[in-house]
Design a protein around this ligand. Structure first.
Ligand code: FES
Ligand SMILES: [Fe+2]
Length: 356
C-alpha cells in the first residue's frame, strides 16, 4: 500500500485513542487539495434526484469536489453524468444550474455535444484538415440511482454504489421510508465558513444537542440517543422522541459527505450534502422529501424546525473552524461514549488520504 505524508501511523493510533485528526487538516489548502483528489474524485456522491431529470433533455449541474458535472436524461431515457468541461478549451459547457436542452452546446464557441456526451458539431470544423470528433466526447462519469437519489462517481474504478450503501436501504425501509411514496419538495442551501469535515462531524454526534439545540432537545431524548458504527461506509444514529420511545428519528452519515435524516411517522426524509468549497468553506444542500399526502402545515413546521437546528449548527461549525485555524490546539479529544460516529468518519478520512 502506497503511503504518504497523510499515512503517518501515529495518526492511526491517535484516532484509536479518541484524538481527532490534526487541527491543520481542517485548515491547510494542501490537505484540501489532497482530499479533492483522494476522496471527492473517487467516491460516490449524492447529486440530486430523478425528478430533476424526468424528461429527455432535462439537465442539472453540480460539483464533485472541484469537478463541474452535468447530469442529463439522454434520448434513450438513461440518466448520464459528464464532466461539464468542454473538450475545446476547457470552459464549462453549461452554465445554467438546470433546464432542458436538445443538445449540450458550449456557451463559449458553440461546440455542441449530444445528450450522450459525443461531440455532434463544432463551428468551422470543415476548415480543419483533421478533426477527429469521435475522440472529443465529454468525459463520462459513473451514475447510479437508489430510489429517486442520483449518485455520481468520477472514478473510472468506481465500485458498484450498492457496495458502499450496503444495508442502508434496509435501514431506510425499517425507518418507514418508502421511496415510491416520497416527493422532493424543497431544497435549501446554506453557505458555511467551515471545513466540510467539521460540518459532517457536527452531524455525527448529539453530545452538543442539550446545550446547543434547546428546542430539539425538548423533543428528542438526547440521553437515549444511540450511535451504530458497525458498517464500513456509514454510521447511523437513533434519537427516540421523548415520551414515545418506539418512535424516533433515524440519522445516517454516508461516506464521504451525505447526511440523512429519516422519520417515518409521517414520512419525511432529508438528504443533506456537504459540498467542499475550499479548506475553510462548505455549502450545505438540504433536499427535503415528503410523502405525497403531506400537508402544507406539516411541511412548513418540519422545514422551520430543521432550519432552526441547521442555523444553530452553523454557529457551532464556524466557531470550530476559527478555533482549529488559530493553531492553539494540535487536535481535539473525543468523548467516545457519545462521539464514536466522528471517530468512524475520521478513520475513513485517514484511510483515503493516507494510502489506498
Ligand atoms: S471552450 Fe467550449 S466551445 Fe470553446
Ligand atoms: Fe447539531
Amino acid at each position: 500500500m502506497a503511503s504518504n505524508v497523510y499515512g503517518d501511523a501515529s495518526i492511526a493510533s491517535a484516532l484509536e485513542r479518541g484524538n481527532t485528526l490534526p487541527a491543520r487538516w481542517y485548515v491547510e489548502p494542501e490537505v484540501f487539495r489532497a482530499e479533492k483528489e483522494r476522496i471527492f474524485h473517487r467516491t460516490w456522491q449524492y447529486v440530486g434526484h430523478t425528478g430533476q431529470v424526468s424528461s429527455v433533455g432535462d439537465f442539472f449541474t453540480t460539483l464533485l469536489g472541484d469537478i463541474p458535472v452535468v447530469v442529463v436524461r439522454d434520448t434513450e431515457k438513461a440518466i448520464r453524468a459528464f464532466a461539464n468541461v468542454c473538450r475545446h478549451r476547457g470552459s464549462e459547457v453549461v452554465l445554467e444550474c438546470a433546464g432542458n436542452r436538445k443538445t449540450l452546446q458550449c456557451h463559449y464557441h458553440g461546440w455542441t455535444y449530444n445528450l450522450d456526451g459525443t461531440l455532434r458539431s463544432a463551428p468551422r470544423e470543415n476548415e480543419q484538415r483533421e478533426f477527429a470528433k469521435d475522440t472529443l466526447s465529454l468525459a463520462p462519469f459513473a451514475v447510479e440511482t437508489w430510489g429517486p437519489l442520483i449518485f455520481v462517481n468520477p472514478s473510472r474504478a468506481a465500485p458498484p454504489l450498492h457496495d458502499v450503501i450496503g444495508e442502508l436501504p434496509a435501514i431506510f425501509e425499517r425507518a418507514g421510508i418508502d421511496f415510491a411514496q416520497m416527493r422532493m419538495l424543497r431544497r435549501d442551501v446554506y453557505e458555511i465558513a467551515a471545513n466540510w469535515k467539521i460540518v459532517v462531524e457536527n452531524f455525527n454526534e448529539c453530545y452538543h444537542c442539550p446545550i446547543a439545540h434547546p428546542k430539539f432537545s425538548a423533543v428528542i431524548d438526547t440521553n437515549a440517543y444511540r450511535v451504530e458504527t458497525d458498517h464500513e461506509y456509514f454510521s447511523t444514529y437513533y434519537g427516540p422522541i421523548l415520551g414515545s420511545p418506539d418512535n424516533g428519528v433515524n440519522y445516517a452519515t454516508l461516506w464521504p459527505n451525505v447526511l440523512f435524516s429519516l422519520y417515518g411517522n409521517p414520512p419525511n426524509l432529508q438528504a443533506i450534502t456537504v459540498v467542499p468549497i475550499d479548506a475553510g468553506h462548505s455549502r450545505q444542500v438540504v433536499d427535503y422529501f415528503f410523502a405525497g399526502d403531506a400537508s402544507e402545515a406539516q411541511i412548513r413546521s418540519d422545514v422551520e424546525f430543521s432550519d432552526l437546528v441547521t442555523r444553530e449548527d452553523i454557529v457551532l461549525c464556524e466557531s470550530v473552524q476559527r478555533g482549529l485555524r488559530s493553531g492553539a490546539i494540535e487536535h481535539g479529544k473525543l468523548m467516545l461514549s457519545r462521539e464514536r460516529g466522528i471517530q468512524h468518519f475520521q478513520k475513513l478520512v485517514y484511510r483515503f488520504l493516507g494510502g489506498e
